[in-house]
Design a protein around this ligand. Structure first.
Ligand code: WTA
Length: 659
């Protein structure tokens, strides 16, 4: 059995608003198709053209793509550049010097803290801060290639830290501030980091996240770390280790504001970012400098259509790849204005995000489906309190977005005016891979639509052969691309095995997602293939059944898993979060019947859940992805084995088991 059957029928289609075309980088479908043809005619020439157009090189490359030793590809070999120069220095010159200049006094970062404090950092100020911190790093003995762990809240100093590492050639390894001391220790240890940059704490839902305490605890186990830099943010009492820990402010106060950028080879590492699969220890995904920067800038320009005067807001934390590429490197490489927000979407009130949109007249807004579902559950009255007519483009990332949530986002947040770019990509791909282009692509809710130019995707069976149109299969990339991961840090074998071994000599990249392609070449991601449910020989993706459940007015969120079944192999079990939970609903047989009938009506009897359990929460990772592996264990009455350290709320498993 190699294919998945697809049951979702979504007929709606939304054409781009012609007024968007007037200024857009890719104004229409013809322009998109021309780029696709250009990339297919001469792949390397296409990427060379993008690299030249988007990035400032100290020295041009000798070879665009070195594929002598697959899957260890090299891009722009021989080229030299520095990522921080591309994000900062080249914007500072006078306007006449080049089209990239003239931004010295433009806001690079607009920051809002959770308590409502604010800071705007111009490109010149960003230059000064990054240069000073770069000099501090060098004084502390940090050299090109050394690993630096950043464990920080969403404050401007986190951006300074990333760019200062890039400036001196250190490899940053950001650990999300919500991870525990344990998870932090594993990541420090795996990367053998010499330095940790942290803060006393960060604000989250009005409470302090004690980051420095977690660092202290982690360092009891890690002996590679020599020094710790601490930003003062929350001002509670912390313990400073004499000779190891230094206050950020003291260090930069004395530092020179000119720091020579390290000249980096295109293939020199820029950062490591750990990502957890469903099993095994987290993988350190390694990204290098040249190819990553080219595709970060390219995709920010094409997908978000970033314009000179835009206020652009990606809500991701810098602890995730989305924060790396679309809060920092992409928008700053283009000289854009990137908004950073420290807190959670619902503190101190459920309209916090919309309030910020109104306050800064945000034009482009990019967030995750899990946030959209959570915020839609709180009612339309919150967004309706604010004037959001500045918005031009909306985006989502991280999971398939079900058409129901898509429609809410479109209607209530975008006032049926803004295209939604449903961007499909991964930590490993570095940049967006499949996505609508806002002024060009007709959009079907729930589909991430078409691959970006140069990205060669297919849906294949177990042998790597394309499946029939409309059928589900494995989503693969058939050709290398510049922002791909280069290896798993310290484990080349794991890199090959995890991503390139499945289809033998074909060298297709496969990272676990199931999808189908429709008659118009649109991609529909059906969920992780590990989560596929096999009912009487039919393989069903989780996304489509969940989406059918969520289209029922009483349902806010749903997760479905397979449970062993003597007759059918597996049967379908659904965990359902209701829109308004009243006690009566909890064991409501009538509602269970209604939901089963609803799924039957929406997609057919094959997808009808055998069991439904109501709950007030689902187990999620801290980036909002549902951990179906844990739900499978609960549905089948097994103990959960494997890593649960990335779970957002550790009490959730007992709650689910208990009720
Ligand atoms: C899922 C986040 C459907 C997918 C950038 C992928 C999506 C994983 C989408 C990567 C989307 C991400 N539609 N599924 N638009 N975007 N995914 O590494 O399963 O945190 O493999 O990168 O998220 O998650 P990661």
């Amino acid at each position: 059995m190699t294919e998945m059957i697809s049951v979702l029928q979504e007929e709606r289609i939304f054409k781009p608003d012609p007024t968007l075309s007037q200024r857009a980088h890719i104004p229409d479908m013809a322009a998109y198709k021309a780029l696709v043809v250009q990339a297919e005619t001469d792949h390397e020439a296409y990427w060379a053209w993008e690299a030249e157009r988007l990035i400032s090189w100290e020295k041009k490359w000798d070879r665009v793509l070195n594929d002598d030793n697959p899957p260890f590809y090299k891009w722009f070999e021989g080229g030299r550049l520095n990522a921080s120069v591309n994000c900062i220095d080249r914007h500072l010159g006078r306007r006449s010097d080049s089209s990239r200049s003239g931004r010295k006094n433009k806001a690079a970062i607009i920051w809002e803290g959770e308590p409502g404090d604010m800071r705007t950092i111009t490109y010149q100020e960003l230059a000064n801060e990054v240069n000073k911190l770069g000099n501090v790093l060098r004084q502390m003995g940090i050299k090109k290639g050394d690993r630096v762990v950043i464990y920080m809240p969403m404050i401007p100093e986190a951006a300074f830290a990333m760019l200062a590492c890039a400036r001196v050639g250190a490899v940053h390894n950001i650990v999300f501030g919500g991870f525990s001391a344990e998870a932090l220790a594993d990541r420090i240890d795996d990367a053998k980091a010499k330095l940790v940059i942290t803060a006393d704490g960060g604000w989250r839902r009005g409470a302090i996240v004690p980051l420095k305490d977690a660092v202290d605890q982690a360092l009891l186990k890690c002996d590679s770390v020599e020094k710790v830099i601490v930003v003062e943010r929350t001002k509670q009492r912390i313990h400073m280790h004499y000779g190891r820990d230094y206050w950020y402010d003291d260090l930069v106060a004395e530092a020179n504001i000119r720091c020579e950028p390290e000249s980096m080879e295109a293939e020199d590492p820029l950062f490591i970012l750990y990502t957890s699969g469903s099993t095994g220890k987290p993988k350190g995904v390694l990204h290098t400098t040249g190819g990553y920067m080219v595709n970060a800038a390219r995709t920010t320009q094409y997908v978000f259509d970033l314009q000179e005067d835009d206020t652009y807001w990606c809500t991701a934390d810098i602890g995730w790849i989305t924060g790396h590429t679309y809060v920092i490197y992409g928008p700053l490489a283009l000289g854009g204005t990137s908004l950073m927000y420290e807190g959670v979407p619902t503190a101190p009130h459920a309209g916090r995000l919309w309030e910020i949109v109104e306050k800064y007249r945000v034009n482009i807004f990019y967030t995750a489906p899990t946030a959209i579902r959570a915020l839609s559950k709180l009612g339309d009255q919150w967004p309706q309190k604010y004037n959001m007519d500045s918005l031009r483009i909306l985006g989502t990332v991280g999971e398939p977005i079900n058409p129901e949530a898509w429609m809410w986002y479109y209607r209530v947040i975008g006032s049926e005016r803004c295209p939604i770019v449903d961007t499909y990509w991964q930590t490993e791909t570095g940049s967006i891979c499949i996505s609508p282009l806002p002024a060009a692509t007709p959009i079907k809710p729930g589909s991430c639509t078409l691959p970006l130019p140069g990205m060669k995707y297919a849906v294949v069976d177990n042998d790597g052969n394309p499946v029939k149109e409309g059928n589900g299969g494995m989503l693969v990339i058939q050709r290398p691309w510049p922002s791909m991961l280069r290896t798993v840090w310290g484990d080349d074998d794991r890199y090959v095995e995890t991503y390139f071994a499945k289809f033998g000599d074909k060298q297709f990249y496969f990272a676990g997602d199931g999808a189908r392609m429709d008659a118009e070449g649109y991609y529909w991601v059906m969920g992780r293939v590990d989560d596929v449910i096999n009912v009487a020989g039919h393989r069903l993706g989780t996304m489509e059944i969940e989406s059918a459940l969520v289209s029922h007015p009483s349902v806010a969120e749903a997760a479905v898993v397979g449970r062993p079944d003597d007759v059918k192999g597996e049967n379908i079990f659904a965990f359902v979060v209701l829109q308004d939970i009243s006690d009566d609903d909890f064991h409501h047989d009538a509602l269970v019947r209604e939901l089963r009938d609803h799924v039957t009506k929406e997609i057919g009897p094959i997808a009808k859940p055998d069991g439904i359990k109501f709950t007030d929460n689902l187990p999620k990772t801290r980036s909002g992805k549902i951990m179906r592996r844990l739900l499978r264990d609960i549905a089948s009455g097994r103990e959960s084995k494997g890593d649960t350290s990335t779970l957002e709320d550790s009490t959730i498993l007992e709650q689910l088991r208990g009720s």
